[in-house]
Each structure stands twice: as C-alpha cells, then as structure tokens.
Design a protein around this ligand. Structure first.
Ligand SMILES: Cc1cc2nc3c(=O)[nH]c(=O)nc-3n(C[C@H](O)[C@H](O)[C@H](O)COP(=O)(O)OP(=O)(O)OC[C@H]3O[C@@H](n4cnc5c(N)ncnc54)[C@H](O)[C@@H]3O)c2cc1C
Length: 398
C-alpha cells in the first residue's frame, strides 16, 4: 500500500500570506478597539484609512484597474478574518464589493474605466440599495421609479436600510422604469447614483440621520429620499442596454453577496468559539474549569463543528463562482447555514460566559447583538430556504 505523503492544504501559499496579514491587522487594530467604537456607534475612520493602504477595497477588482484581481475564495477568506474582528468592518467593504462586481460584470467600458480605479483604492466607496420602507424580501414590489424627462432620468422614491448610505460616493439603486411591466422584474433598472460622500443634502436627494440599530454599529445604515434626482443614460448600469435589466443584475450580485454574508458568518462563529474556548478554561466551578464539565465540552464540540461546516460550505460556493459555475443552491445553503451558525455560536458563547456574557465589559456581548443581522441581510433564512427548496425541486424534477 502506498504511503500518502501529501498534506491537506486548505489555502494556497498566497492565500495563507494574505489571510495572515489581515489576521494580524485585525488582532492589532480592530479587536482592541471594536467595543469602544460599538458603544459610541462611531465610524472607524482610522481603521478604514489603513484598509485603503492595505488595498482591501480592491481585492476583487482586476489589476488593470488598480485592484489585486483576486478570486472569490480569497475574498471570502479575507471577509472571514475581518468579521472575526468586527462585522461592521466587513460591512464597510461588502457593499463596495457588490457595487464593484455590478460594474465589472454589467457596466459599460466607460463606466468601468471611470469608476473602478477610484473604487480599487477606496477613494470612492460603493453602496447598493434595493430595500424600501414597505419592501425587503419581495424585491419586485419596490415602488421607487425613474422617469425619462427631457432626455434625462428623474429618480423618485424612498429607499431604506442603505449600508454606507452616507459615506459612499456611488450608490447602485434599483428602481422601476416601467411600473406596469408584467412580470414586474422586466421593468426594473439599476442606476449608478453619484453623490458627495458624507453630504446629507444634494440636489434631488436627502439622507436622513442614520438608523439606530441593536448591533452592527459604527457603519451607518440610512434611508435615501429621492425627489427628482437627475441622472443621464451614462448612469444606467450597462448604458441604454441595461434598461429593464436591473432585477437580473442585482439578483446575480446578491448570489455573490450571499457567499459574502456566509463568510461573515464564519468569522463571527469562529470568534465566538475562540472566546468560549478561552473563557471555559479560565472559569472554574465546582473545583474545575467549566470546560471540563461535559455539558460545556459538548457545547464547544458543536460550536467547532459548526465553524468547520460553515467554512466548507462557504468555500464550496465561492470556488464554484470562481469556476464560473451556477451556484445558486450552494450560495443559499452557505448563507443559511453560516448565518445560523454565527447566531448559535454567539448565543452558546454568551451562555458559557455566564453573567459576564451579559456585561458590556465582554466582547461576546457585542457579538451577540451583531450576529442576528446575518440572518436578515442578503435574504432572510426563510427566503434562503424558499430559494434552495425551489431550485432543488427544479434540478430534480421527476
Ligand atoms: C442593518 C441592516 C443593513 C441592511 N443593508 C441593506 C443594504 O445595504 N441595502 C439594501 O438594499 N437592503 C439592506 N438591508 C435590508 C435587508 O435586505 C432587508 O431587511 C431584508 O431583505 C428583509 O426585508 P424586510 O426587512 O422588508 O422583511 P420582510 O420582507 O418584510 O420580511 C419579514 C419576515 O417575513 C418573512 N418572509 C417574507 N416573505 C416570506 C415568504 N414568502 N415566505 C416565508 N417568510 C417570508 C421574512 O423571512 C421575515 O422573517 C439591511 C437591513 C439591515 C437590518
């Protein structure tokens, strides 16, 4: 029998080097200050500046536009590391990543040349906007419109929950250009709205104060109130050919976004496990560390298993995307499993910390408030189950 000599490699040498660099950055610069920023709901300006220097805004943008040109799997590894520190930091990058993906895949040459180099450096940051006060899951039900007036477009309507809504310079906004279209998705178009970062009033657009949230603090989520915001055809994603294509473009980007959120779930689940492992070996009850009580050992075992399973599902979905394969089921499964794993691990780690888990002195208190966001963004768990179930049936019709 031949003796196996190869060792199992989860990452290439390049991926190891990049994730190690990001992990050091997170351990040194994010974890020590995350609670302070969270408690004050303050934007981490200095951290974001350092992220620009590290090139983290251009990870997936091709080298010809000044980015690193890395694949989705490597991007997911980076997102896991950032979220392990604080999901709000990955939130600053994630909407930007979706915006740059939309441009790379659906933008005209001129749009790519105009925006991608400035996005790669982080000079201009991206956000995306589908949700409205009355619509989240049912995207085809959105009410905001763009109407052609004298050869230009006028956008009207109210958008909700736009992460990076204030500080972004580009918002990819989905609206209806033909509200009577049947089915409705045929009448939807994505516009690239340029605005001055940090400015809450620009002609035709008002950005009210940020929404107060349970967790996911520091990074702002805002409404966008459009009232006659004017853009020309150059700002239709994909140019005039993009009219009526917005729903498909956004759904494609959201498939990728689900891998993105899954990677965040892995990071949160991983950090919860680390905190539980440490605390359970320090804290003693009934004469021994609590880790030695079987009830706690079993919790640790389940938490560790969830992290591994979530990571594998996420990597499979990312690698399928990199291989150009359809990965709607896999991205949905990864998002569903990893976000639930994050929430479960956060809760188990909090329980393991006993009363201290409920104290703002401990990191797990913040993570417990941050984790549930992952169950909602980029499609709730219920919506993931609908998509996975429907696709499974389509693929296995008898
Ligand atoms: C902090 C934060 C940041 C966000 N950032 C962004 C962003 O940057 N851009 C953006 O566009 N949006 C963003 N969102 C919005 C997010 O995508 C929506 O909240 C999400 O899609 C759910 O929509 P909803 O809140 O309207 O819930 P609803 O769609 O009203 O759903 C309410 C409940 O009903 C369930 N439900 C709905 N339909 C069905 C069904 N057919 N079958 C079974 N159950 C169903 C849902 O699972 C949920 O439990 C953000 C949200 C939050 C909280």
């Amino acid at each position: 029998m031949a003796v196996a000599t190869a060792t199992y490699q989860e990452k290439t040498d390049e991926q190891k080097a990049i994730t190690e660099m990001v992990r050091q950055f997170v351990d040194n610069e994010i974890i020590p200050v995350a609670e302070e920023f969270d408690h004050e709901d303050k934007f981490p300006e200095a951290i974001v500046e350092h992220m620009k220097e590290l090139g983290l805004f251009g990870v997936t943008i091709p080298e010809e536009y000044g980015g690193m040109g890395l694949d989705m799997a490597t991007y997911a590894m980076i997102v896991e590391e950032l979220s392990r520190g604080w999901i709000s930091i990955s939130g600053v990058v994630n909407t930007h990543f979706i915006g740059s993906y939309l441009l790379m895949k659906f933008g005209t040459d001129e749009q790519r040349e105009l925006y991608l180099p400035r996005m790669a450096t982080g000079e201009v940051r991206g956000a995306f906007s589908l949700s409205e006060p009355e619509v989240g899951s049912d995207v085809q039900g959105i009410k905001s419109t763009a109407t052609e007036v004298d050869g230009a477009w006028e956008i009207n309507g109210q958008k909700m929950w736009v992460t990076n809504g204030l500080r972004s310079g580009l918002v990819f906004v989905l609206v209806k250009t033909d509200p009577k279209a049947d089915p409705p998705y045929r009448g939807m178009t994505c516009f690239i709205c340029e605005k001055e970062p940090g400015q809450s009033e620009v002609p035709g657009l008002t950005i009210p104060p940020k929404i107060k949230k349970m967790g996911y603090k520091g990074v702002e989520s805002t409404e966008l109130v459009f009232d006659g915001f004017k853009v020309d055809d150059d700002h239709v994603l994909g140019g005039r050919d993009g009219i009526g294509e917005g729903f498909k473009q956004m759904m494609d980007a959201l498939e990728l976004g689900r891998v993105n959120v899954a990677a965040r779930g892995v990071g949160v689940a991983q950090r919860s496990l680390e905190l539980a492992l440490r605390y359970s070996q320090e804290r003693k009850t009934f004469g021994k560390p609590i880790a030695q009580h079987q009830a706690i050992t079993f919790k640790l075992a389940e938490m560790g298993t969830r992290v591994e399973a979530a990571r594998l599902l996420t990597m499979k979905a990312a690698r399928m995307k990199d291989a150009g394969q359809r990965s709607d089921i896999e991205a949905g499964m990864a998002k569903l499993f990893a976000s639930e794993a994050a929430k479960e691990n956060a809760e188990e780690a909090l329980r393991i910390h006993g009363g201290y888990g409920y104290s703002k002195e401990y990191e797990i208190e913040r993570i417990y408030r941050d984790a549930p966001l992952l169950l909602i963004g980029e499609g709730t768990s219920e919506i993931q189950k609908m998509v996975i179930g429907r696709k499974l049936l389509e693929r296995n019709k008898i």
